[in-house]
Design a protein around this ligand. Structure first.
Ligand code: SF4
Length: 379
């Protein structure tokens, strides 16, 4: 496949880095340490910087996280992005110490419910603008804006993402804030390709952050991501990337190495992801974990799920393993079987139905029972 001309995106400065406008595609990762644990988070940031990370994201959910982030900022010069979830007002505390703020349109409904989301975005714009911060509108198929979701059939997880992203771009532009990037993430590489292609055709000026969310463990997670990136970057779409991998917190450098390798492969015309695409079989989706993970046994559990279900490799069944309640309940709705982890129990689901909560010791045999029933049903 010949190298395509990159989309003519705007340039967006994020700390010492500029993305878009033909700049090299930046590679990012996210800390999986507790943000309030300053020492460990700084150590993880340094590991990621050594591995070549251009931007590093840190989750902030509480005032204590925001205070810790101010301390972290004093100890690193890395380009820091802050991941906001439900409490958008925390932006006021963190904007002075980070280079970029990521918000998720689907999460703007949870706090101050009677307040229109447009007012919340205005608050974020004013805060980012006053503090020299860029922003990312991070749309995720597992936590869609409910108003966008209602417009389409329940199983359509692509069009609500695109409409949500376009709507936020329109508002940001109207507010005079253009220093932003957009991401449209899904755990299905084909959906990532479709959503980003459609968005880029409508807004070729907006820089895109590419990612397949909950891609899972290496090597499968890398191949899934590579398949999507080959089709997008090969078509000139994408200004920054993240490879989300389920790996232990201090192996997060693997995300940077995988991102670098994918970009090198694409530049050299090696289309490894597409070549690896085979017959539809068992698909394990698992989140990369972050500071919100509710039990550190999560990564271990994801590995055990993969091992324990290998016997079902030829069956077209999807199993999601998620680290917390933020995206866990939503993402598991879309898979045949889903596990989302709490501090002591793992919640087991079949589609949208919850089957119960089981201890970390009980969950694997229970999962296998459900898997066997599904396989028997398909026969
Ligand atoms: S599901 Fe939870 S733990 Fe996993 S990456 Fe998402 S927010 Fe972090």
């Amino acid at each position: 496949m010949p190298q395509a001309t990159r989309n003519p995106t705007r340039s967006v400065r994020i700390g010492s880095l500029t993305v878009g406008a033909g700049n090299p595609i930046a590679i990012q990762s996210m800390c999986a340490t507790k943000t309030s644990d300053v020492e460990t988070t700084v150590a993880q940031i340094e590991h990621l910087v050594e591995a070549g990370a251009d931007i590093i994201r840190v989750a902030v959910d509480t005032k204590a996280d925001a205070e810790a982030l101010a301390e972290i900022r004093k100890r690193t010069e890395a380009n820091l992005s802050c991941d906001l979830q439900e409490n958008y007002r925390l932006a006021a505390d963190i904007a002075p110490v980070v280079d970029k703020i990521r918000y998720n349109p689907g999460h703007l409904y949870h706090h101050e419910r009677s307040k229109p989301w447009q007012d919340k975005v205005k608050f974020l714009v004013d805060t980012a603008g006053a503090n020299d911060c860029a922003m990312r509108v991070g749309v995720n198929c597992g936590s869609l804006d409910p108003a966008q979701r209602e417009k389409y059939p329940k199983e359509d997880r692509i069009n609500p993402m695109i409409d949500s992203a376009l709507e936020h771009c329109e508002l940001l532009d109207k507010l005079g804030f253009t220093r932003y990037v957009v991401s449209l993430k899904n755990s299905d590489p084909a959906a990532v390709v479709e959503a980003n292609r459609t968005f880029a055709a409508k807004r070729p000026d907006v820089p895109l952050h590419l990612g397949v969310t909950e891609a899972g463990m290496p090597p499968e997670g890398v191949l899934k991501t590579q398949r999507a990136f080959e089709l997008l970057i090969g078509a000139g779409i994408g200004d920054t990337i993240r490879v989300s991998l389920t790996v232990p917190a201090f192996d997060k450098q693997q995300e940077i190495a995988a991102g670098r390798k994918i970009l090198n492969d694409i530049a050299a015309g090696r289309f490894v992801g597409m070549a690896a695409e085979g017959a539809e079989g068992l698909n394990i989706i698992s989140c990369p974990s972050c500071s919100r993970v509710e039990n550190s046994a999560f990564v271990d559990l994801a590995v055990k799920v993969r091992e324990a279900t290998r016997y079902a490799a030829d069956h077209a069944i999807s199993i999601a393993v998620m680290g917390c309640r933020v995206n866990g309940p939503g993402e598991t709705d879309m898979t045949d079987l889903g596990l989302w982890c709490g501090p002591k129990y793992v919640n087991l689901k079949r589609g949208e139905a919850t089957l119960g909560a089981f201890t970390y010791d009980e969950i694997l045999p229970r999962l296998k029972e459900e898997l066997d029933t599904l396989i028997a049903g398909k026969k």
